[in-house]
Design a protein around this ligand. Structure first.
Ligand code: GUN
Ligand code: FE
Length: 440
């Protein structure tokens, strides 16, 4: 067993919350100052975080055995004065697209055709193996230990990504973007579905094979329905894009003669294992029909491509996680995504608070992906955590004792890759930027 001593901060899942009488458990939720109609937001006690300024984390066989206030033991790894938080969760990113990050802020449909599809067309063979491994390393370097990923449409890129994720020990959804319209590789609908069926053998509890119809405009109705059938037959999760830009929504209506969400519903793609990226241009009725599904909120991408602002408060009726949407997002930093969410929603009238955004970045993302063994630091979960350099998060001269809310706000507004000193996945040190001290 390995014991860590640090300032530990974690959101709590509701089960544990009811069992604990620990005074470290704080309710840090403030109701939004502006309420919009009949919004369904979750009970504020659901937003509890635990905060142990002098905390102890016991790890055994890759799992958290216990977590709580410090008790003497020997030996232990002394991470003080650093902060330990759960590994971050990125619920939407494209593995082949890292090389296009930060350039060509075009509209979605032009951006795909001009920059993204040509890049994905080359993502296969040795290039896919090398770049998948470096993508996962880059992701871990940003503190992300769980993700939902799109590969390229080439089947061997899926194998490459599974291999890199397995090697890192992370939890992930991985799937190839299924396309039979305007695609960058010549294929028939049948072939795309046969390949996906064959690749679904890679599915496991930790690394899920995700059925991934790219978006309505890349798919015939037959492909969308075939994708829905495949997911149902093998009980697989589904990820796709939904209502990202207005011109895209207009084209979907022109081509399919129904609304965007209706197209997916007809294909059997909307359910409790479905994850929709963006979800910007939706009606209230659409939101009501999405209540069992999960949403990947990708504000950095939405700003870059000029897509619009998702309605954060309406989206709370579904499970919401945060997505980098690399390469439309500028990098793999979920801290940056959470911060941008704060910015856009605050300009739109009511920002979620730091506790809610950092919950979406961790436990909320894990819930969106249906992984109950990651997302928070609780006994029985995988020991996936990030060590933040306190000096880079809390400015010199700040008060010694701050409220949990203030500390979460510091993390939201100031943390980034350069504040990460270590990252652990399943109790294994995978990012090591500073030498550790052992004590005892
Ligand atoms: N819609 C369909 N494909 C994509 C993609 O690769 N990125 C984004 N942002 N939207 C999409
Ligand atoms: Fe995307």
């Amino acid at each position: 067993m390995e014991t860590f001593r640090a300032h530990i901060l974690t959101p709590l899942s509701s089960d544990l919350r009811h069992r604990t009488s620990d005074s470290a458990v704080r309710r840090v939720h403030r109701a939004p100052s502006l309420s919009k109609g009949e919004l369904r937001t979750r009970d504020d006690i659901d937003r509890a975080w635990a905060d142990w300024p002098d905390g102890r984390l016991d790890v055994e066989d890759g799992q958290i055995r216990s977590v709580g206030p410090w008790r003497r033991t020997s030996p232990y790894t002394d991470l003080r004065p650093h902060l330990v938080i759960p590994g971050l969760v990125d619920v939407h990113a494209h593995v082949p697209q890292l090389p296009v990050c930060g350039v060509h802020p075009d509209n979605l449909l032009d951006w795909l055709q001009k920059w993204t599809f040509p890049l994905e067309a080359r993502f296969r063979g040795a290039r896919a193996r090398t770049l998948s491994a470096s993508f996962i390393r880059e992701m871990l370097g940003h503190g992300t230990t769980t993700a939902a990923l799109y590969t390229s449409a080439w089947p061997d890129s899926v194998e490459a990504c599974f291999a890199a994720a397995r090697e890192a020990g992370i939890h992930a959804w991985i799937g190839p973007p299924l396309m039979d319209v305007d695609t960058y590789r010549p294929v028939t609908t049948r072939r795309v579905l046969d390949e996906a069926r064959h690749l679904s053998r890679l599915d496991s509890p930790r690394l899920r094979f995700a059925v991934t119809p790219r978006f309505a405009l890349s798919c015939s109705m037959d492909l969308l329905c075939g994708a829905g059938d495949l997911a149902r037959e093998f009980n697989l999760p589904i990820q796709t894009h939904l209502a990202e830009q207005q011109a895209e929504c207009r084209e979907v209506r022109r081509r399919f003669r129904r609304s965007y969400l209706h197209v997916y519903e007809r294909a059997g793609l909307v359910g409790h294992q479905s994850l929709f990226a963006h979800a910007i241009w939706l009606t209230d009725a659409d939101w009501a029909r999405l209540s069992t599904a999960a949403i990947a909120h990708c504000p950095t991408s939405n700003v870059f491509l000029g897509s619009g602002v998702m309605d954060w408060w309406r989206a709370q009726s579904a499970r919401v996680g945060l997505g980098s949407d690399v390469g439309a997002g500028p990098d793999l930093s979920i801290f940056r995504v959470a911060r941008t969410a704060w910015t856009v929603h605050s300009l739109a009238g009511a920002a979620p608070n730091a506790a809610d955004l950092l919950r979406a970045a961790t436990l909320g993302g894990a819930a969106a992906l249906g992984f109950d063994s990651v997302g928070s630091l609780e006994a029985g979960k995988s020991a996936d955590f990030v060590v933040l350099d306190a000096a880079r998060v809390i400015p010199r001269g700040a008060p010694d004792v701050e409220s949990t809310e203030d500390l979460l706000s510091r993390i939201l507004h100031r943390a980034g890759r350069s504040s990460i000193s270590h990252v652990y996945v399943g109790g294994r040190l995978v990012v090591d930027n500073v030498a550790l001290r052992s004590n005892g």
